[in-house]
Design a binder for this molecule. Structure first.
Ligand code: CDP
Length: 204
């Protein structure tokens, strides 16, 4: 039986951490759909055509370091293109429909990719909190960044992701919004698990 959890939200909101924890808790598979766009963005940085890169994307393209800030910007630029997005739809929907349950995180999972998802979450936080968390992550991963540049990146991508015509970033009407600005990771994870458990009809 399939059960789809859609987790959307702006840049660096903690979707990845929450999604992995939800997937582990319920024994579901997890797909970070941002990686698909990052992989296409990385190929464009290497000179490829965005649409061709999206159409030819393979599993091994998702390996390697796609977390660099430049790749995030390239991802958000290719993500504006409806043809790039269209090329990635089938893979995401097939993943969502797999037996045993799936968690997908991104920008348009609850609105466009899986509008029928049984549980929808919109994980967000203030731009300042998100940028501070991402700054720490990038520093720990050895990237040379400044807090100012990370905040500017987060704000620029949010604006581009929200204002694009195709599949803009926004909560689905039936999404539960979790604002993690004042929450610890454990609190955010617990809130997300509680929503999914309720949608599944689990007993407390
Ligand atoms: O980890 P972070 O939230 O910073 O970004 P990401 O989820 O890896 O996504 C990188 C970029 O891919 C975003 O800024 C979006 O432009 C794009 N994206 C998208 O358009 N749709 C998705 N479902 C996932 C990502």
């Amino acid at each position: 039986m399939s059960f789809t959890v859609a987790i959307d939200g702006p840049a660096a909101a903690g979707k990845g951490t929450v999604s992995r924890a939800v997937a582990t808790h319920f024994g579901f598979a997890h797909l970070d759909t941002g990686l698909l766009y990052r992989a296409v963005g990385a190929k464009v940085m290497d000179g490829a055509d965005a649409v061709e890169a999206a159409q030819a994307l393979m599993a091994e393209d998702l390996e390697g370091d796609l977390r660099a800030p430049g790749v995030a910007q390239a991802a958000s630029r290719v993500a504006v293109d409806p043809q790039v997005r269209a090329a990635l739809v089938d893979f995401q929907r097939a993943f969502a429909a797999r037996a045993g349950g799936a968690v997908l995180d991104g920008r348009d999972i609850g609105t466009v990719i899986c509008p029928e998802a049984q549980a929808k979450l919109f994980v967000t936080a203030s731009a300042e909190v998100r940028a501070a968390r991402r700054y720490r992550e990038l520093c720990e991963a050895g990237h040379e960044v400044t807090p100012e540049a990370v905040l500017a990146d987060v704000k620029e991508r949010d604006a581009r992701d929200s204002e694009r015509a195709t599949a803009p970033l926004k909560p689905a009407e039936d999404a539960v919004v979790i604002d993690t600005s004042e929450m610890s990771i454990d609190e955010a994870v617990a809130a997300a698990i509680a929503v999914v458990a309720e949608k599944r009809g689990d007993r407390a």
